[in-house]
Design a protein. Structure first.
Length: 343
């Protein structure tokens, strides 16, 4: 839906509009006909002044420090954690509801961490702190699959191994992978650029994402662990994560092992997964992130109940990380807020 004159339609700002998630978010606003009275595109100084066409209209990008957050009802942040930590409080102080897709506020007490398919009821009221957080793209598929499993069989422990494409590091990550791949193909002995990824990602697999912590885990793995516990409402559940960067432009895969509190029947598990909203089950088979039939769906395959431990099972998850667990979740939150009259 193009811009409307309805005073009930929200005034929206997209902070990070020229980034990988921001660009996808603008595509989804257009594709899903999200109604808005005004749409403001905000980004860093180097992107200010650019013009981006949305819903048949040209929108000029405003430099972040110059933007007046008091002119909007909702600000969708997808410009990185440091930007969110600095500017989300500014937006909230000026009366805007902040919907943040970074890790900045996910674990802040009192800030709802919302997966629309699971806990849309959280959106029935405006959060006291003025911030709604979106879980990470590595977390969202896991909790969407395991919520109903936990309610049916209970879950004792979870092991997650993620395989994440370069787009998780934004446009810079994508460009570095592409440049590195071209360099290696031309000269296998050449020095490959490694600003975003170290060592270089091209034709490689990196067994860690983010800062390495004292216990040997990485910051990304800690985030997945904490977010899974918070969304599932199981603060003491045992969760172990390994996050791996793989040399594909975009898309995430995850192998998830869950040990339940009672034996799991495979046929019932498959039926449960098929009944989940916006989930496509590939059985038999295993979906790949590069060839998803619908990038707005969560794709599940490789469903295996252990022959030696009938209370445990494996599943494989594949998603378009810029949409599922990223831009799509932010847009879905706005849609839910509008439907509930809380925006």
């Amino acid at each position: 839906m193009p811009q409307v004159d309805d005073p009930a339609a929200p005034r929206i700002a997209v902070v990070g509009a020229t980034g990988a998630v921001g660009g996808t978010l603008l595509e989804l606003i257009e594709d899903r006909a999200l109604p808005y009275r005004q749409l403001h595109l905000v980004a860093s100084a180097r992107s200010a002044g650019r013009t981006i066409r949305v819903d048949g209209r040209d929108h000029r990008v405003t430099e972040l420090p110059r933007f007046a957050f008091g002119t909007v009802d909702a600000a969708l942040f997808c410009a990185g954690e440091q930007i969110s930590r600095k500017w989300v409080p500014v937006a909230v102080a000026h009366g805007a509801l902040a919907i943040d897709s970074t890790a900045a506020f996910r674990m802040t007490p009192g800030t709802p961490l919302v997966v629309p398919q699971l806990d849309a009821a959280e959106l029935g009221r405006r959060p006291a702190g003025g911030v709604i957080a979106v879980p990470g793209a590595a977390t969202v598929p896991v909790v969407r699959v395991l919520r109903d499993v936990e309610r049916r069989w209970g879950i004792r422990r979870i092991v997650v191994s993620t395989y994440q494409g370069a787009s998780g590091a934004g446009h810079g990550g994508i460009e570095e992978l592409q440049d590195g791949a071209r360099t290696v193909l031309q000269d296998p002995q050449a020095t490959v650029p490694s600003t975003q990824f170290s060592p270089p990602l091209a034709f490689n697999v990196l067994p860690g994402i983010g800062e390495v912590l004292e216990d040997g885990s990485t910051l990304q793995e800690r985030e997945v662990t904490d977010e899974v516990r918070k969304v599932l409402g199981l603060p003491d559940i045992e969760v172990t994560a390994t996050c791996v960067r793989v040399p594909m432009v975009s898309g995430h895969g995850a192998a998830v092992w869950a040990q339940c509190r009672s034996a799991v029947d495979r046929a019932e598990l498959v039926a449960l997964l098929r009944a989940l909203p916006e989930v496509v089950v590939h059985d038999p088979g295993g979906p790949t992130p590069a060839a998803l039939s619908d990038p707005d769906q969560l794709h599940v395959g490789r469903i295996r109940v252990s022959t030696t431990a009938p209370d445990a099972f494996w599943v494989w998850l594949a998603t378009d990380n810029l949409r599922v667990g990223g831009a799509l979740d932010a847009v879905r939150i706005v849609e839910e807020l509008l439907a509930r009259g809380t925006l």
